[in-house]
Design a protein around this ligand. Structure first.
Ligand code: ADP
Ligand code: ASP
Ligand code: MG
Length: 440
């Protein structure tokens, strides 16, 4: 069986929902994972923020506007009177719940409950739409099988056993619709897999059921060789290895949640990226195959903080780096890049929630310098470190200040740390000289 995930744009309008229906209605049994309609999760996050800022009226205003837009979509999507009324009743229940939330004290759990509503809305609406079109479908509630543990890792044994329970209860259906993104945590409270997490839901389910393939359907024809939001003339890549895809997703290619390939790579379950608006395009196939050497794609990750830890006296001492790493471990903050010299070590983090506390500890053992607003630009490709183009990098980027460079951590990745204000220029230059064959 295959698992097909459709993102926010794919379910973001009646026209696109109709495309999704045509794509999935081929007579084969399948699991369909849906995101919230595009824009909804952002609105829900904004509503939660209003509540935490003690601005209930602004939250209610947003809730009413969103409610109204859902009613318009329902009127366009569901011409069947009974289904139209049923879905409106469900949707009103969700919006009444959101209004009730504005009277409550803000907490992380409340925020998680609020942002979970987007996927609950889209799946209920879409399942009703399939009923209207006489397609045999069933809703599998993600909150009855998707769970993460205290380290925010999917609890695969739990997911496998609970998924097969809910699946077996509805085993005579053709299409199983479930919510992406949302899950329970170790205390059985509503939680989520972080923004963009529906991709991750799809591969977690894919691994749990040992799917033949996981397909991620979105608004672009696969993984491009550079960020299409910032660079012109980017091109889709037809094949990627799991390693290459993992590096690109982790280092900022927004098309994939950073953890997307993690659950499926051990079993070699292929992941195919496809365009809902152009289903005939080849897209990208992520699989075990390895490809030719060379720089295949570039991605960038923002909001990086660089920390330089200087200690002429202690750096060479045994155990100094251990002490440094222990401080980051205590505050559950992972390190992305690291470089060392005789007198200093520089490293980067992307989660600065506990930065103040980390700095207090670090200052006890060294002198610290912090640079905010940094971006990691990452060049990815099979054996990229050995490729003939690699020697050109410093020449291409001679007028960009490179703060750190990571080479050889894996053969598939070279990462550069630059100031975020130079990001677009850097991506453009790399694109011209590496992919458009502009000569130096
Ligand atoms: P969905 O809502 O379907 O999950 P996303 O917005 O999360 O879609 O991901 C698709 C978007 O990712 C594209 O529209 C594109 O702007 C952006 N993107 C960023 N980097 C890349 C890349 N290297 N290749 C393709 N798309 C990318
Ligand atoms: N709806 C969630 C988000 O916007 C999850 C997803 O779209 O994958 O982040
Ligand atoms: Mg996404």
């Amino acid at each position: 069986m295959k698992v097909l995930k459709f993102g926010g744009t794919s379910v973001g309008s009646v026209k696109n929902m109709c495309n999704v229906k045509d794509i999935i209605n081929d007579g084969e049994k399948k699991i369909v994972v849906l995101s919230a309609m595009s824009g909804t999760t952002n609105q829900l996050v904004a509503i939660a923020l209003d509540i935490s800022d003690n601005k209930p009226n602004e939250a209610i205003d947003k809730i009413n506007k969103l409610h109204e837009s859902y009613f318009q979509t329902i009127d366009e999507l569901l011409l069947n009177k009974g289904l139209n009324e049923d879905v409106k009743e469900y949707v009103s229940g969700v919006f009444n719940f959101l209004v009730e939330c504005t009277y409550k004290n803000f907490s992380e759990t409340l925020e998680n409950q609020i942002v979970a509503q987007g996927e609950l809305l889209s799946t209920y609406m879409f399942n009703s739409y399939l009923k209207q079109e006489n397609i045999n479908s069933a809703l599998l509630p993600a909150l009855s099988f998707m769970r993460i543990d205290e380290f925010k890792e999917p609890d695969i044994d739990y997911i496998k056993s609970k998924f097969s329970e809910v699946y077996n209860d509805t085993a005579d259906s053709k299409i199983y619709i479930t919510q992406g993104f949302i899950c329970l945590d170790g205390n059985d409270e509503i939680s989520n897999l972080q923004r963009g997490g529906s991709d991750y839901t799809a591969t977690i389910i894919g691994a749990a059921i040992k799917a033949d393939e996981v397909q991620i359907w979105t608004d672009i024809d696969g993984m491009h060789n550079n960020d299409p939001r910032h660079v012109e003339n980017t091109k889709p890549i037809s094949n990627l290895s799991f390693d290459e895809a993992a590096e690109l997703a982790y280092f900022g290619a927004k098309i994939l949640h950073p953890q997307t390939v993690t659950p499926v790579r051990a079993d070699g379950i292929p992941v195919r990226l496809k365009n809902t608006m152009n289903p005939d395009a080849h897209g990208t196939l992520i699989s075990n195959s390895t490809s030719e050497n060379g720089i295949k794609a570039i991605a960038a990750k923002d909001n990086i903080t660089a920390i330089k830890i200087k200690s002429a006296r202690m750096l060479q001492a045994h155990g100094f780096l251990k002490k440094v790493f222990e401080i980051f471990e205590t505050y559950k903050t992972s390190i992305d890049m690291i470089t060392t010299s005789e007198v200093a070590v520089s490293l980067t983090i992307d989660d600065d929630k506990n930065l103040d506390k980390i700095l207090v500890e670090l200052e006890k053992i060294a002198t610290i310098e912090v640079d905010n607003n940094q971006s990691i630009v990452c060049l990815v490709g099979h054996s990229v470190v050995n490729h003939q183009d690699t020697y050109k990098l410093f020449q291409i980027l001679q007028d960009v200040k490179i703060r750190m460079i990571s080479y050889g951590g894996s053969n598939n990745n070279i990462s550069l740390l630059i100031n975020s204000k130079d990001k677009i220029k850097t991506l453009g230059k790399l694109n011209n000289y590496l992919f458009e064959l502009v000569t130096l």
